[in-house]
Write a protein that binds this ligand. Sequence first.
Ligand code: PLP
Length: 311
Amino acid sequence: MIVNGSQQALDLCARLLVDPGGGVVVENPGYRMAHHAFEAYGAQLLCADVDAHGLVTEQLGKLGPAKLAYVTPTHQFPLGSFLPIARRRQLLDWAAEQRAWIIEDDYDSEYRYAVRPEATLQSLDTRGCVIHVGTFSKTLSPQMRMGYMVLPPALVQPFADAKRVTDRHAATAVQRALARLLEDGSYDRHVRRIRRLQQARQRALVDALGRHLGDEVEVQGAASGLHVVAWFRAVPAAAESALIDAARHQGVRVHPISPLFHPSKAALTSTRSAGLVMGYALLDVDTIEDGVRRLSKALLHLRRKASSHHH
Ligand SMILES: Cc1ncc(COP(=O)(O)O)c(C=O)c1O
């Protein structure tokens, strides 16, 4: 089904699959725009942690009953891991036990650099419980609002009905134009071209972070996607907003990772470092280099300020 961006897919899932007070398993940290859609329909979010291999599936059994799980297995948002096959099977087994649906948000799988394409969760699903969601926001434009859902057979009719009463259908002129690009191969050529472009930008970013900040930062999630997470080893999470302010003073706008954690888990922040979610999709290589240089200056200023407070 063609939808107006993945956000509409998530909204329709929330509307049709969330009962007020019902549990929905989500990743923490995770894509809060999805969580908000579920909460808008009364969901109780059940947060599972994310480690270097994505959702920690061992925790699923302890989270309580749920009829829905929302995951980003191809490229965990925001930490960037690929969910290994064993964990995919654990997730599917859990869903079978709970008789739960799983939303597989495949928002940027076009941008794979260091990993080979793997089976989607939906292709491993033998019970018809996985809803696969994709978007053209990352390859064409988020302003277009073009996304799609690959629905299990049992959900096709209810979702088609819900979509019809919501907004009848996605604008057909845009669908027709997109269909032309897909049919004549120009969309594939476009994706191959921008994948190389984005990979070069990512390399420039990771490279610049290494040169200007060295051991100060640890970069996570560079195997695919359009962003990386930079952890500032010596800066505590509590100083994240001070780091962002210092960066703004140097003329760079960067985004904190803290808002991507569920507020109920905020107490855990005391143990982690400050993190930035760094997107590079709209920046050229020179701007990236300049921005990272400014960011390293910001860190220096932050240090000086902190040490003058101490003395
Ligand atoms: C996890 C995730 N899903 C989906 C999207 C795309 O949303 P939409 O298709 O509504 O533009 C994004 C964009 O930032 C995202 O990060």
